[in-house]
Design a protein around this ligand. Structure first.
Ligand SMILES: Cc1cc2nc3c(=O)[nH]c(=O)nc-3n(C[C@H](O)[C@H](O)[C@H](O)COP(=O)(O)OP(=O)(O)OC[C@H]3O[C@@H](n4cnc5c(N)ncnc54)[C@H](O)[C@@H]3O)c2cc1C
Length: 290
């Protein structure tokens, strides 16, 4: 049973930030409520005040410009999945969203809520990290931006201060000859990833030499992570099937998976090998056509 609380429904970000600053320790931000309401129902979180940011138009948008794509934190998963902006270089994000839970959750859940919930196995973080995304946060003191890979500090812990709101996800312009892909393995479709892998590859030219690469893993450590040693295997080299396989082997040594009801740590390491090879091959094929 949910305990009584006072609900604030500000119409502007400034109003929301002032309220959060005032009630910071007793207040929880709510966006889609897909996670927060469950925790409140279980009595695991008992806020005195709940700050609804879903009705703030300033936080719900997808724009594309010369600096790249910007997504407001309160934008729903479904809006991202259906956005025409995600049709070209960013189609990996629409593909990722399509694999995230069921349509009901995607209709309500927001990209910002997902990142702030900081589930190490969430789908959006690895896909966005592969695209070099940053996050913007705001408080009454001002704004700050950080690389997404620095945002999650542990399971359900983020770099947000108690009076900060995540306001925007920023994705830089995707360079030419770039291909990106995301894959997720789960026991039951519609649930979080047992393992999730996103790869983005940028080629120097038509000769298949890797100019830049990002390999991001979800559900394979206490936070979503970049497999930097595996990236080194590919960067600057002519990409071949065996090199992509080698990158998968390397990534499996970098991952720090746990054993749980879905899979043992050993099984997850095997998944990394296979999934990095498979996702890397798909990203490479897309880069050649881009
Ligand atoms: C049945 C089910 C299946 C799911 N399956 C998947 C899945 O397969 N993959 C996956 O990745 N996710 C999955 N999820 C999670 C879901 O996708 C949502 O993204 C997630 O619950 C959080 O989004 P929300 O907008 O509902 O956030 P809320 O529940 O409203 O908030 C979550 C947390 O973030 C904080 N918060 C929210 N927005 C902000 C903000 N802008 N600034 C600061 N703090 C904020 C809240 O205070 C709270 O602590 C699933 C959820 C359910 C219920």
């Amino acid at each position: 049973m949910i305990k009584d609380f006072e609900l604030f429904t500000p119409k502007t970000l400034d109003e929301a930030l002032a309220l959060l600053h005032k009630y910071r320790d007793e207040c929880k931000v709510i966006a889609g409520g897909q996670t927060l309401v469950l925790l409140m129902r279980e009595g695991l979180i008992i806020p005195k005040y709940v700050l609804n940011i879903k009705r703030i138009p300033e936080l719900s948008y997808i724009t594309s410009g010369k600096d790249g794509v910007r997504i407001g934190a309160a934008t729903t998963h479904r809006a991202i999945e259906k956005s025409p902006v995600m049709k070209k270089a960013l189609k990996v994000l629409a593909e990722m969203e399509r694999r995230l839970s069921y349509i009901e959750t995607r209709n309500w859940g927001t990209i910002g809520g997902n990142l702030c919930n900081a589930d190490p196995a969430g789908d959006p973080a690895p896909a966005l990290m592969a695209l070099k995304a940053s996050v913007k946060m705001a408080s009454v003191r001002g704004e700050r931006t950080m690389a997404l890979e620095d945002f999650s500090l542990g399971s359900h812990k983020t770099a947000l201060e108690p009076d900060e709101i995540l306001t925007e996800i920023q994705i830089p312009v995707v360079p030419p000859r770039t291909g990106a892909a995301y894959d997720k393995f789960n026991i039951i479709e519609g649930t979080v990833a047992t393992a999730g892998v996103a790869v983005s590859i940028t080629l120097k030219s038509g000769d298949g030499v890797c100019d830049d690469v990002r390999i991001a893993l979800g559900g394979l450590a206490r936070t979503p992570m970049l497999a930097k040693k595996a990236e080194k295997v590919l960067r600057g080299k002519k990409i071949t099937d065996s090199l992509i396989k080698e990158a998968g082997q390397k990534a499996s040594t970098e991952a720090e998976p746990i054993s749980d009801i879905s899979a043992s740590d050993e099984y997850r390491r095997e998944l990394v090998k296979v999934m990095v090879a498979r996702t890397g091959s798909e990203a490479f094929a897309r880069a050649k056509k881009a």
